[in-house]
Ligand binder design. Sequence first.
Ligand SMILES: Cc1cc2nc3c(=O)[nH]c(=O)nc-3n(C[C@H](O)[C@H](O)[C@H](O)COP(=O)(O)OP(=O)(O)OC[C@H]3O[C@@H](n4cnc5c(N)ncnc54)[C@H](O)[C@@H]3O)c2cc1C
Length: 305
Amino acid sequence: MLTCDQYHMPTTLKEALELWQNAPEGSRLVAGATDILPWAREGRAGDVHLPAMIDLSRVEELNGYRIENCRVRLGANVVYQDFLTDENLREHLPCMPYCSIWFADDQIREQATLAGNVVNASPAADGTPPVIAMNGIIEIARLEQGEVALRSMPVSEFLIGPGKTELQPGEIVTAIAVDSMAGYGGSFQKVGQRRSLVISAVCAVALIKLDEASGAVADIRLALGGIGPVPVRLTDIEEKLKGQNLTPELVAEASIKPAERVASRTRREYRRDVVRGFVQAAIEDALVDCGAPMPGSQEREKVNG
Ligand SMILES: Cc1cc2nc3c(=O)[nH]c(=O)nc-3n(C[C@H](O)[C@H](O)[C@H](O)COP(=O)(O)OP(=O)(O)OC[C@H]3O[C@@H](n4cnc5c(N)ncnc54)[C@H](O)[C@@H]3O)c2cc1C
């Protein structure tokens, strides 16, 4: 069982930062608490007692999202279910409904935040490859001489290893800002037998924008998770495919190289096979989502949320 001496529910960022800065050692921040509860149970075979838990779910400044200047700023309390149900988010982040439908189940999606997923820094996290592909920047708050001070950095630099990030003691993540991908087709692939409650061994995300006149690739974003300690953006493959009219042969060829980047210590050959198939399927599904499936590629059903 997970217990604590004090459970705080601050409503402003400053209050949360003050509580966090002064919390006794061993205290924890929680948002949806969907990672904390399994953490407290797994391998500990008994009770876990924390001095204090600071629940961020009511902090006003962490709620909601803003879309401006071709960027989407997602407050740290945005949950996975929002990517399925919110029409604006579906339009501007077209890979996220596909990512979310694979994520856990309805109950967990209502609680689980994207920010918590990123801070948890699991190599198997579903949310980190899409964020990396969309040039994600993480915003972080701390107290400086009693006032709220902010800093930000690319999520690709924030994640430094399994369970390790650049978050410093006393800091709270306030938002994750990503590119607006309106007009792109999106897709997300995840290995697993069932659609829900499967933690990825490997996952892949693709976002593609086609030039209306020529049908060539105007922009493409590709990223993989679960193949090493941190998610990987496939910029070399992106560069190779930009400006090209995609054919099944070109996509199949482009899918071979990413498999070489599998660095996981376990099930490496299996992950390499999965990566080959996933990169190809991710590109094909993103094309279907654009309304431009490749000749010969299988039509895949769209997620309706
Ligand atoms: C049944 C089940 C199924 C799951 N399925 C999936 C899945 O399919 N894919 C997947 O990727 N994950 C899955 N998870 C893991 C989990 O749901 C996600 O990682 C989730 O996004 C974590 O978000 P949260 O808000 O619940 O985080 P919490 O558990 O509240 O926190 C996670 C970590 O982040 C820190 N944190 C949270 N918010 C902040 C903040 N604003 N600033 C600083 N630190 C913060 C916490 O201190 C903690 O260390 C599953 C979990 C369960 C229990």
